[in-house]
Design a protein. Structure first.
Length: 279
């Protein structure tokens, strides 16, 4: 039987794979793949040319496939349903897919909150009154802590990787959330050469259970400046002078957080760090 006769003179009108692709706004490669995996077999294949032809019988099946794919149903589940065509099967598929969608919505909501938090942090850092002491109330922050004496010259990256490996934290949560501390004793002695700990600030959206609550809510004397940890000493001196002149006392270890660093920009002039001393 020739392709020409088979396309118009028989009981069924057949459509070439190209015509099917145009009718259903699909890629020909997709239709070939559907044939390969058995989701949508053509009505007729010319043995000489290997051309695929489809009848209107395939229209309903392809509409069902497109509908389920629009709902993000996996092809393997679609194939199971098409082979069974049972209402219980499609209901089960819909139920599973709904659960999957709800989980994705929750995940996207967490991502949206993380993006918003990071945007607010960056914008606040860009508009901060640099070099000005500000006393403010800071809410409790949950962290993962590594207590270790560290010199300011020491590379912090291996320590961050160490925290990641020991806690199974996703590296993606670290950007703009790594902090270091100078001990209360060193602060009182005017010594800023060593850190007493390094930590990761956790957000609710990080979904991490093993949290060490060590940064209590309280009042902090703070200062933001252009630069990184290496430029901190003069700003610590500024904070300590302010505390002395104001009759305020140090209550605990300091907090140093680079709000904008190499993870966000190659321009060193854009780096922003904040120092916080609990009082």
């Amino acid at each position: 039987m020739s392709d020409k006769n088979h396309k118009g003179t028989g009981k069924k009108t057949l459509f070439s794979i190209g015509e099917m692709a145009r009718l259903f706004h699909m890629n020909i490669r997709t239709l070939r793949y559907y044939d390969e995996i058995g989701v949508l077999k053509p009505e007729y294949v010319n043995e000489e040319t290997n051309y695929r032809y489809y009848s209107t019988v395939q229209f309903e099946r392809l509409n069902t496939i497109k509908y389920l794919r629009a709902l993000d149903v996996p092809l393997e589940k679609i194939l199971i349903f098409l082979n069974e065509k049972e209402i219980s099967t499609i209901l089960s598929i819909f139920e599973e897919q709904r659960e999957s969608v709800l989980k994705k919505q929750e995940q996207l909501s967490r991502i949206e909150k993380k993006i918003t938090n990071r945007m607010e942090q960056i914008k606040a850092a860009l508009t901060a009154p640099y070099g000005q002491v500000i006393v403010k109330q800071i809410p409790q922050r949950e962290i993962v802590l590594l207590e270790k004496k560290i010199t300011r010259e020491e590379d912090l990256e291996p320590l961050i990787r160490d925290i990641s490996k020991k806690t199974y934290l996703d590296d993606a949560i670290f950007l703009g959330k790594v902090g270091v501390s100078v001990s209360q004793e060193d602060l009182k002695n005017g010594e800023f050469k060593h850190f007493s700990s390094i930590f990761i600030i956790l957000e609710d959206e990080d979904d991490f259970m093993n949290k060490d609550v060590v940064l209590e809510e309280g009042v902090y004397a703070t200062v933001q400046y252009r630069g990184t940890h290496e430029e901190a000493s003069s700003y610590y001196a500024m904070l300590l002078n302010y505390l002395m002149d104001s009759g305020l006392h140090i209550k605990g270890d300091s907090i140093e957080i680079t709000m904008i660093d190499a993870g966000m920009t190659n321009d060193h002039n854009q780096y922003v760090t904040e120092l916080q001393i609990p009082i």
